[in-house]
Design a protein around this ligand. Structure first.
Ligand SMILES: CC(C)(COP(=O)(O)OP(=O)(O)OC[C@H]1O[C@@H](n2cnc3c(N)ncnc32)[C@H](O)[C@@H]1OP(=O)(O)O)[C@@H](O)C(=O)NCCC(=O)NCCS
Length: 229
């Protein structure tokens, strides 16, 4: 696609400097190692394939969240959103979860989404924690604004962290935001934020060689085929 760069620069939002998120590794409850790392715009086409099956799964609001993540990834790829970042979890190279957010201002973070593609292992909880770690410890922000779009999300974020209610409309649909402050983050950190650094080179090599997208039917089965619910 030929791009008129002069016009393009008017369309792209200006960005604040943004520190990188250093990768870490988390041992999941099944003993598998999940590499948690920040990705780049070049990785978006692969991630879209991983999110796509969720667009058609009503269970637990995967369709709503999946469609929004899909749009946010595209907006990021084409420079139509300010200061977004995307962090993924990978097990044996396979993407198992995606989180994103953005710097609303240098000191205020806007949490966007958390999507767990494999379930029952607190992958979403670990990735949400990584996102809070990024905002507070690496982007050096004072607070993060958060909303939940599903009951599981509400349980995982508002209740597990004891987030503070505010009357600030969140940019995801205008619901009143909840707030994670620096103080609340550091209070919750020993309980909720896990992982080791540096990531052993052999694990990093597997994760960066390729982002592997699970088979579409397998993703649907993992998300929608939960037993006993
Ligand atoms: C919210 C979310 C990120 C949480 O991810 P997670 O921490 O990895 O948690 P899971 O989705 O695996 O599990 C949530 C619940 O589902 C149930 N569950 C998960 N796997 C299960 C299985 N194999 N069999 C039966 N129940 C299962 C459990 O009740 C679990 O709750 P518990 O661990 O507190 O007992 C994830 O559910 C998700 O992506 N949901 C859709 C999108 C969404 O709502 N995102 C958040 C927007 S605010």
């Amino acid at each position: 696609m030929a791009v008129d760069m002069e016009l393009e620069m008017k369309l792209r939002p200006p960005e604040f400097p943004q520190a990188p998120y250093p990768p870490k590794v988390i041992t999941l409850a099944n003993g598998k190692k999940m590499v948690v790392r920040e990705v780049t715009r070049a990785d978006v086409p692969k991630l879209l394939k991983a999110v796509h099956p969720t667009l058609f799964i009503e269970r637990d609001y995967y369709n709503v969240v999946g469609a929004r993540v899909y749009a946010e990834l595209l907006a990021w790829q084409y420079f139509r959103v300010r200061n977004e970042y995307v962090i993924i979890g990978q097990v044996d190279g396979i993407v198992v979860g995606i989180v994103n957010g953005r710097m609303y201002s240098p000191k205020v973070g806007m949490s966007l989404h958390t999507l767990a593609i494999d379930r029952g292992l607190r992958i979403g909880a670990h990735l949400f924690a990584a996102k809070m770690e990024h905002h507070i410890e690496y982007l050096n922000q004072d607070e993060v604004l958060i909303v939940a779009e599903s009951p599981i999300g509400f349980r995982r974020w508002m209740i597990e962290y004891g987030l503070e209610p505010t009357d600030i409309p969140h940019e995801l649909g205008g619901a009143p935001s909840y707030k994670l402050t620096r103080e609340l983050y550091f209070k919750s950190k020993p309980r909720l934020v896990v992982g080791d650094r540096p990531v052993p080179q052999e694990l990093m090599d597997v994760a960066t060689r390729d982002i592997i997208v699970g088979n579409e039917a397998m993703i649907r089965e993992k998300i929608a085929g939960l037993k006993g619910r």
